[in-house]
Each structure stands twice: as structure tokens, then as C-alpha cells.
Design a protein around this ligand. Sequence first.
Ligand code: 5AD
Ligand code: SF4
Length: 427
Amino acid sequence: MNFSDSEIVASVLSDIDYCSTKNADEADIVFVNTCSIREHAEQRVRNRLRELKLLKKQKPLLLIGLLGCMAERLKTKLLDEEKCIDIVAGPDAYRNLPDLIRTAIEGKKAINVFLSPEETYADISPLRYENNGISAFISIMRGCENFCSYCVVPYTRGKERSRNAETIINEATELYKNGFREITLLGQNVNSFKCQENGLFFDFPALIEKVALINSSLRIRFATSHPKDMSDELLKVIAKYPNICKSIHLPLQSGSNNILELMNRKYSRDWYMNRIESIRKYIPECAVSTDIISGFCSETEIDHKDTLSLMEWAGFDHAYMFKYSERPDTLASKKYKDDVPEEVKSRRLQEIIDLQHSLSHKSNKKDVGKVFEVLVENESRRSKDFLSGRNSQNKVIIFPRKDFIPGDYVNIKVSRCTSATLFGEIV
Ligand code: 5AD
Ligand code: SF4
């Protein structure tokens, strides 16, 4: 999401003749795009600001801007707390950056943290400044109104709004023409995408089908799906089109009904299991990944065991796993006590990570001997003689270079694996 936002910011800035550099030493402005989802994310931003403060001492004319969720959450407090910051812009204020920069150049602090119920940046063509030229993200909606009790996103990114479908299809078509071969449709909950235009109604299944039809050699991925809204209709569309990748990210958060209720996730353990069964029914070869939070308020050993048993049952291919981090002003911070001791959170998280490690390894071992179509992405990090790409299931596969270049499709037979990577030979 943030990466996608940075590409919009780069586009707005290029219109006023700024170009990007990776080297902060040669920059006139440094923008830090921020995330507030866990305290740790905010801490890293504070550390980065400390480094930038030193740089500003050497380059007094350097402007420092803070973008995104942390800007939205802390607003003017940031300007008081971090004296080196000149510009604060929330997620819906990026069009206003040229004015904010002008104000800052005049020596005044500049801030815009208004959240808009409409802004989707639909007409701004993202500047894909740090890209392999093969894979790109397209943001199809912004904001979230699910109000999971632990989550800061509804407060920092505002109301849910879908982008106009035609602009999404045009952007994907343009990317394909420019050599891109994989796009990921992004939103906090893509399953609730909806858009009405010229008498036509698009929901997410209709949108993804349209995008898949652009060209059969353009791969389509999407993230994230909320289990409460994951429909069989969508699964049928994924099954129908070979170029819609067989990989679904379906955040579980917890396997305990009690905790799911407190988290305000609006589904039960049984509902989640039913969604997994549907995925297996319509798309047997589909990989499923998830997000898990350990140590949410009042979580008992039994709740934790429910999470482990559900992970085992689902056999997730991959997971992002976190310790619960209380965020100010969320429902959980107001209603519940963050009462699971730090060492218990850590121990439970480690058990979750260990289990996922073995599940990923088991899943990868099942792929040994199978042939997958791989989209070539990069040179392997370890050796120039090998290339790296991913299969439809989003698993990384390393294979001998031969004459292939990024953007090619190549069939690879998997010969061995680790828990994180598949290795194979060209067939
Ligand atoms: N603490 C820990 N993890 C969180 N997530 C969201 N909010 C929190 C929080 N307060 C995790 C969820 C979500 C992912 C993007 O981040 O698992 O799916
Ligand atoms: Fe946060 Fe829940 Fe919205 Fe995801 S669906 S962004 S976890 S409130």
C-alpha cells in the first residue's frame, strides 16, 4: 500500500520537476512514507528521522516531509515532537504537496492531514520509479471501514472508497503494453470493491475478470481479502482464468472464536474453515497465505492452541506473524486491557513461527517433482548463473540462467527445496 502511495507521490512531484534519487545526500527534499500499524513501525520512522536531523545539520536547506499513516495519526504533534520536519501530509493530501513544498521553502511549517471520502488518485498515473519493469501494483481502493478492534487503519486512511473501474483497466492495459507481465490489485479489502459507471456495475469478481481478459500473458494477483467477504463467485473467476494467480492471502488473525469476536473480525473459526474448504474445492492447486496476531487482549493458552490447530488444519503455505501491539485510539485500546505479558506474547509468537516454518517446508516438499510456469523476475541474489521468479502460487523458484530474461515465462521442474525457496531445472 505504502509503496503504491509513494509512486503516486513521485508522480505528483515529477509534475513540478522533481526527480527521485536513492541518495539522501543529494536530495533537496526527503520524504518518509510511514506506517502506523505497529509501534515498531513508528519507532523505525523515529530512528530514520534522527539520521535525517544530522543530515539537515550539514545541509540546512534540506526539507524533510513525513507522509502517510503516522502523519495522519499524529498531525501537528509531529511538528512539535520532531523539529526537523517541514512538511506533514496525510494519505489523502498528496495532490497538495506542491503547495506544501512552496510553503516549506518560504520557511513555514506545512501540514495537510484532511481525510477525503472521495480521493482515489484515479487520474494520477503512478511513477514506477523503483521497479523491475515486470511487476507492478495497482491500487483499486483506499481506506477501510471494517474497524477490526486492534487496527489503526480506519483512522489513518479514512473511509473505504473504490476507484473507477475504467481507470484501473486502462492502467493495467498500459502496463501490459509497456512490458509489465504481472500486476497486483491492491486494497485493504478487495472483496468489497464496488463501482458503478455508465450503467455498469463492477464488483471485485467482475473487475478481476476484465483485467484478466486484457491479455492471457498478463498475470493478475490481488491483496488483501477479508474472510467475511470472500465469495465463491470470486473463487470461480480465479479458477476460470489461468492468468489469475492461484494464490490467496486470507488473514486469519486468530483461530479462537472468543478472540475473533473481541477483534471484531465478524467471522468465526467455522466460517474461516468453510472459506478454506471452498478454496480447495474450486481451486485445488491454490496456495493460501495468512496473517496472525499473537497475544491479543485476554488471549489464553486455549485460544493460542486454537490458532495453532487451525494453522495446522489449513496447512498455510506462508504467513506474516506479529505480536499484538496496542495502537492508541483503536477500539481495543479503549475497551480491552493489553494484558498478555510480553514474554508470553513472544513465546506464543515463536511457537506460531516454528509451526509455520514446518508447514511451509511441508508445502514446498510436496512441490518437488512438479512442473510450474515461472515468470522470470531477477537474477538470483546468490549467483549470476541463476535466475529467480515465481510460480502462480507465489513461491520463489531459482533455476539456471540460460538465455532467459526478466518477463519471460519458463517451465521449471522443481528438484529440491528449503522452507522458503524452490530450486529447479528448465524443462
Ligand atoms: N498489532 C499487531 N499486528 C497488527 N496488524 C494490524 N494491526 C495490528 C496490531 N495492532 C496486522 C494484522 C494485519 C496486518 C496487515 O497487520 O495481522 O492483517
Ligand atoms: Fe485493519 Fe481490519 Fe481494515 Fe484490515 S480489514 S485494514 S485489519 S480494520
